[in-house]
Design a protein around this ligand. Structure first.
Ligand SMILES: [Zn+2]
Length: 75
């Protein structure tokens, strides 16, 4: 389950690793794998990961659209 780490960090210890609940229902609580604190409900975590993935997909396009600053130096 190590792929469920995208863009997430524990507010207490900063660890991106989470301990998933045995039953993945939307109101099951997930815990930090490092310090063991309760982080949030699985349903909320899913939405957070999905939002992060959407942001990751958007970022390269924005960078490409902003142009390449290095080209200006050669002029
Ligand atoms: Zn933690």
């Amino acid at each position: 389950m190590s792929e469920m780490r995208s863009g997430f960090g524990c507010e207490s210890c900063g660890s991106p690793a989470v301990r998933l609940p045995a039953a993945l229902t939307d109101d099951a609580m997930i815990q930090c794998d490092r310090c063991g604190c309760t982080l949030m409900a699985w349903g909320a975590f899913k939405r957070r990961v999905e939002a992060q993935e959407t942001a990751d997909l958007r970022r390269p396009a924005e960078r490409r659209a902003s142009g390449t600053p290095h080209d200006a130096r050669s002029a």
